[in-house]
Ligand binder design. Structure first.
Ligand SMILES: NC(=O)c1ccc[n+]([C@@H]2O[C@H](COP(=O)([O-])OP(=O)(O)OC[C@H]3O[C@@H](n4cnc5c(N)ncnc54)[C@H](OP(=O)(O)O)[C@@H]3O)[C@@H](O)[C@H]2O)c1
Length: 290
């Protein structure tokens, strides 16, 4: 446990560390970072993981902090806890995410896919801005998906119950991850901080498990039959590469798959849409950027 303020050595934060890709990233990065902070909702799984990693890496400080990223108050609480623990964040991996087969709202009354996959990370990133810029060259990694390419241009970012389309909701949330990545990179020209996005591949993880066993099995089967399912460890490789490779210092505003920069959809490169998403995200999160 981190009982005191940490500041002298690099700090890494991983969201959605209790399962799948995030868990595999945490395991891979525990040997690279002296301070590792894992975020997730499930206290039992989170503490089990941080305790297990702490036993394997006795020289590192590894801590789990519980919090719900779909809730604006939850994110504010997480950011507050993080700022109390550290004055620097060298690596922020915005990984947590989910797809919802049926329309659901967050505790703030916002469509849950968009609230979880985009707004929570948007708010967390901006609330951690000071510790991010306090690090010598922070890296920010947003976990998107190739599913972003299926997104159509949204009239409104928040779907409502009557117009809910689970595939579009997910695709647009992953498009939002990319628009946010590129907009942030444009807003920090010449900064030592870098921001990149990535697609992990089709990963056999807990993804879609929240929709029930049948939906989860269908998801695994659909990708398994195409021969494209990979393990969480392999899905985590591009994140570890983006997090640790010295040759990537200063390289920002790109989208990666299998440790290589790849093109993303035309819509994801629409600067007007990125600015509009930014303004809408500021409005919905109530961020005061003055
Ligand atoms: N699996 C794939 O094929 C695939 C493909 C492309 C992109 N991705 C992306 O990869 C990322 C990780 O997914 P995964 O495959 O590792 O899925 P996973 O095994 O379901 O892990 C998702 C993680 O996010 C956490 N999470 C979900 N909702 C949250 C919330 N409201 N607040 C806090 N944490 C929350 C989960 O916590 P709980 O365990 O408490 O639910 C879990 O730790 C996601 O962003 C996903 O969109 C996955």
């Amino acid at each position: 446990m981190l009982g005191r303020m940490i500041s002298a050595a690099p700090v890494c934060i991983v969201t959605g560390a209790t399962s799948g890709i995030g868990r595999a990233v945490a395991v891979a990065l525990a040997s690279h970072f002296p301070h590792l902070i894992l975020l997730g909702r499930d206290e039992r799984r989170g503490s089990q993981l941080s305790d297990w990693l702490a036993r394997r890496h006795p020289r590192a400080s590894i801590e789990f902090i519980p919090g719900d990223l779909s809730s604006l108050r939850g994110v504010q609480g997480l950011a507050e806890s993080l700022r109390q623990r550290t004055s620097r964040v060298d690596l922020l991996i915005n990984n947590a995410g989910a797809r919802f087969d049926v329309f659901r709202e967050s505790s703030d009354g916002l469509e849950l896919t968009f609230a979880t996959n985009h707004l929570g990370h948007f708010l967390l990133t901006l609330l951690l801005w000071e510790p991010l810029v306090a690090a010598p060259a922070a890296r920010l990694i947003n976990v998107s998906s190739s599913a972003h390419a299926g997104a159509t241009r949204p009239d409104r970012w928040l779907m409502t119950a009557p117009d809910y389309d689970r595939r579009q909701a997910y695709a647009r949330s992953k498009l939002a991850n990319l628009l946010f990545t590129y907009e942030l990179a444009r807003r920090c020209p010449g900064s030592p901080m870098t921001v990149n996005a990535m697609h992990p591949g089709m990963v056999a993880s807990g993804f879609a498990r929240n929709n029930g066993l049948l939906s989860w099995c269908k998801h695994l089967l659909a990708h398994g039959l195409k021969g494209e399912l990979i393990s969480p460890v392999r899905g985590a490789q591009t994140i570890t590469y983006l997090a640790t490779s010295p040759e990537l210092s200063g390289s920002s505003g790109n989208y990666y798959f299998q440790c290589r920069p790849v093109p993303s959809s035309t819509l994801s490169r629409d600067e007007g849409l990125a600015r509009q998403l930014w303004a809408e995200s500021v409005r919905l999160t109530g961020m005061d950027l003055t």
